[in-house]
Design a protein around this ligand. Sequence first.
Ligand code: NAG
Ligand code: NAG
Ligand code: NAG
Length: 429
Amino acid sequence: MKVTLFAAVSVAISGANAAVGMWQQCGGINYTGDTTCVSGAMCYKYNDWYFQCIPATTTTSPSSTRSSSSSRQSSSTSTRSSSTSSRSTSTSTRTSSTTTTSPSATISPLHDIAVSKGKQYFGVAVDSNELANATYKVLLDDRHLWGQMTPGNKMKWDATEPSRNTFTYSDADALVVWAQGSGKEIRGHTLVWHNQLPSWLTNGGFNNATLVSILQNHVTNLVTHFSGKVKTWDVVNEIFEEDGSWRSSVFYNTIGEYFVDIAFRAAAAADPNVGLAANDYNLDYGGSKVTAYVNLVNRLKSRGVKITQIGSQSHLIVGSMPSYSTLVSNYNAFVATGVDVAITELDIRMTLPVTDALLAQQRKDYNTIIRACMAVPRCIGMTVWAYSDYYSWIPSVFSGEGAALPFDDQLKPKPAFYGIVDGLNGITN
Ligand SMILES: *[C@@H]1O[C@H](CO)[C@@H](O)[C@H](O)[C@H]1NC(C)=O
Ligand SMILES: *[C@@H]1O[C@H](CO)[C@@H](O)[C@H](O)[C@H]1NC(C)=O
Ligand SMILES: CC(=O)N[C@H]1CO[C@H](CO)[C@@H](O)[C@@H]1O
């Protein structure tokens, strides 16, 4: 997709009769409302069709790059915000009214921008139920927005080997077929994790030799099945505690730390071309957990075990972010061991209810981590853990928290989305 750069942007600083609230629309073709923002805000032109009140103190350069758009951001936005229950109706209206352009043409193409700046992809986690939602799928299908997908659950052990040596791939295969059809590379997630294991495995009481063969069989089966389709596997997931010690799991408790070597070796043998990652959360703040992974990579390499990437999940909290320099230094610590790094499960949650101040902070926080990845050449890509708050895992796991993703539950881009766009373009919010 062609990305048109706006050299000049209309900016109207708020006056005494300010009327439009922060983050609300203040201009654009077909927009008929007030064009003056509340005090402290300025009316910022995202494209010909959509101007929004953003903090006047923002350091965003007015010359920031935006994707060109020629469709109906203003009309679709107002339609969308009008009613929750009419979502599907408004979407079909929107779709049918934009016969000459993609329905998502007003949304900056994150993947295309990331690639144009030297990254491999900008991606999104997906689950089977989301593919059944035609409304959600419109943006999900967009290969310019998302060029990579990670299955949220369907490649995990409980989904793929529900009873011993019986492998079920139909759900995962459907996700793979869809991803390939919509121009997305695939991250396999995940071969070995202490959670979402079938009970035959956790309660089996297997001795070391038997569990080693079960582990090898599982890894070999999955990697072989998806060979040529999965680009990189999360071979192990969340194997360390916060203090860098080994996490208790059926694998560690029975086999010892060599379960990691065994899994990586089996994966490499099954597909010599696939990328092999260790993935974890809370790698954003530095400290013992980062050191544990740096040491792990060095140990694996010293034993001749192939590992190509550290995945930093980055499930983060609005206003509690690591600094830009901490993020960059963590990524560089991984890269120094000879592996790539990727941001694999990004979301930045807030304590509900949503406020303008939290949305503004969330924009800055997304912007910070995206800029950090952009600053490290071997930070190869970024993946959000679903794109809309409607499908976020956060509210079900963190009581009273949510709104963690760049689109709201009506699929309207939030300030965070524009923070990502700016971050990809190296612009500080
Ligand atoms: C589909 O997704 C939209 C927005 O994410 C949501 O409003 C709608 O309720 C979903 N539909 C179903 C059937 O889940
Ligand atoms: C289990 O077996 C593996 C493979 O032979 C070995 O590397 C590991 O040390 C053994 N673990 C224990 C606890 O004996
Ligand atoms: C609903 C509406 O007013 N649509 C108009 C939006 O702007 C275009 C281009 O100026 C017009 O052609 C539409 O009629």
